[in-house]
Design a protein. Structure first.
Length: 201
């Protein structure tokens, strides 16, 4: 049975499709509410409290890792953060596809990691998702942007303000828009720890 309701592409919807879309919309509203509440939690000035709530929301956070104030998350249940990793103030972590951040990783202030985008050549500008993997001992500088589908190899460095649109080899130093290799990390036997979390950040 068809009813006079169309989706955004102009296709007539059946009653069952309308019900399915309605339920999906309710699910999305609940998810948006969760994202909003987590954003508020991000301003509690105690990292232990924030980390506790983030774990309740489904973010997997390894031992000794911390997320500084003001972070934003999309679909937190797809986000996994390893051990001894620090996420800086105002970071955006996108879980609309798998986001895996390794051990001993440092994400500086306002780093943005996305794994969903709109396809600019699609007739209806439809979205697409792709996972992002940040391997161990990576440093990502302030206000860098990581695009969907990217893997950043072990020990790599992403310069401040870079826009990473393709995979970064291990130990490479990349910078620019779009990011290109500008150097290589000389030290390959990495075994440092990031250090203790700042209590009121």
């Amino acid at each position: 049975m068809e009813v006079p309701v169309q989706d955004k592409t102009g296709k007539n919807l059946t009653l069952s499709e309308i019900v399915t879309k309605g339920l999906l919309r309710i699910q999305n509203i609940l998810l948006e509410l969760q994202v909003f509440l987590l954003h508020i939690v991000g301003f509690i000035p105690f990292h232990h409290a924030r980390r506790f709530v983030y774990r309740l929301a489904g973010i997997k956070i390894g031992k000794g890792s911390t997320i500084h104030m003001g972070a934003r998350f999309y679909e937190p249940s797809n986000i996994k953060i390893g051990e001894d990793t620090v996420v800086g103030e105002g970071a955006v972590l996108d879980g609309r596809d798998r986001l895996i951040i390794g051990n001993h990783v440092a994400l500086a202030t306002e780093v943005m990691i996305f794994n969903a985008q709109h396809e600019i050549d699609d007739e209806f500008f439809l979205p697409s998702n792709a996972h992002v993997i940040i391997e161990d001992y990576v440093f990502i500088g302030p206000r860098a942007i990581i695009q969907p589908g990217v893997t950043i190899g072990k020990g790599a460095i992403v310069a401040a303000g870079a826009v990473v649109t393709k995979d970064v080899p291990p130990y490479a130093v990349v910078g620019g828009v779009p990011a290109k290799i500008i150097g290589e990390r000389k030290l390959k036997n990495l075994h440092y720890k990031i250090g203790r979390a700042r209590w009121f950040r």
